[in-house]
Design a protein around this ligand. Sequence first.
Ligand code: OOG
Ligand code: MG
Length: 259
Amino acid sequence: MLDVDKWSDYLLRAESLQRPVAPITDSARDLTPAAAYDVQARTIASKILAGEYVVGAKLGLTSKAKRDAMGVDEPVYGVLTSGMVLEPEEPLDCGSLIHPRVEPELVFVLHDDLAGPLVTSYDVMDATQWIIAGLEVIDSRYRGFHFTHADVVADNTSAARFVLGPVRKAPFELPDLNVLGCNLYQDGRISATAAGGAIDGHPAGAVARLANWLGSRGSKLRSGDIVMSGGLTNALAIQPGSHVVASFAHLGSVHLRGV
Ligand code: OOG
Ligand code: MG
């Protein structure tokens, strides 16, 4: 049996000391996906004991761009907590992180619970109050962002910070999310472009898969949850002095400045 507490503490220590560690699977070859989600849950429980609270959920590796970049070919699910929230215009303190990267995401804010099984993308759109542009800051606790699927699950899918853009739109105010475009800029230069269709099977389909997966574990997405549907493009490294902007059709621009 995997020592869940030990490996969760291993990752929590890497996070608090900002010192990256070797993948768990280097030593614990028996880290199954199920055990990896147990490690993740233990890490979230520790953060809650320390005063944080859950604000939503995230999907990762839902786009081909991200899966190809990270060398992991299956989506992952993680938990968003209050300690990850950056206020608009709040700079990113790079010194509090290991090797942060930033990626543009379509974010869903729910006004109804979504409990699997059988949740469809239509159910997701019905349960969505707002769609918002977001930038997610990921910060793998593993050296060089090298990990297997199970490792990144245990590491709460590299979740570190996120910021939401200034514009909220109800789903009916937007075109099909598959054709909603995003330009990603670093220091004033275009870095990548994508549309919502970069997320496999539609961004709402990805959220539906998350709701169904949570349902299979006796859990659900809740009214008020913030749900990040996954990086549309590969992530950009951010350092003190760098400035990342994601400019979305209909949803305005979301900025992040590294300090
Ligand atoms: C894993 C997290 C992936 C996304 O949106 O694809 C993720 C990583 O790339 O470190 O958040
Ligand atoms: Mg992400």
